[in-house]
Design a protein. Structure first.
Length: 96
């Protein structure tokens, strides 16, 4: 998921929880436009590997992003960057 962007810096010695660091990094990429609405995120295992964290930490980061309204998870399809409400395509099926 990092692709051309630099390797994410997740610091276990920071005061912020690891899942918050992961969620904040992904949220920053969304804000910068690196991850556009409708873009599919990596699966939780792949996110965990990319960020060097446990699977449960990646899962909690995705949950945090859902709670912030930045992503939606569709069962058996994956997790996608949410459309801003005004930009959401009609019939997208990505209700939150």
């Amino acid at each position: 998921m990092t692709g051309a962007s630099e390797q994410p810096l997740i610091d276990p010695n920071k005061i912020a929880y690891l899942y918050m660091q992961v969620a904040d990094h992904i949220a920053e990429r969304i804000a910068k436009g690196e991850l556009r609405p409708g873009a599919r995120l990596l699966g939780e295992r792949d996110l965990a590997e990319e960020y060097g964290v446990a699977n449960l930490t990646a899962r909690r980061a995705v949950r945090e992003l859902r709670e912030r309204g930045l992503v939606v998870t569709l069962p058996a399809k994956g997790t996608f960057v949410a459309y801003p409400e005004a930009d959401e395509p009609v019939g997208s099926g990505q209700e939150q």
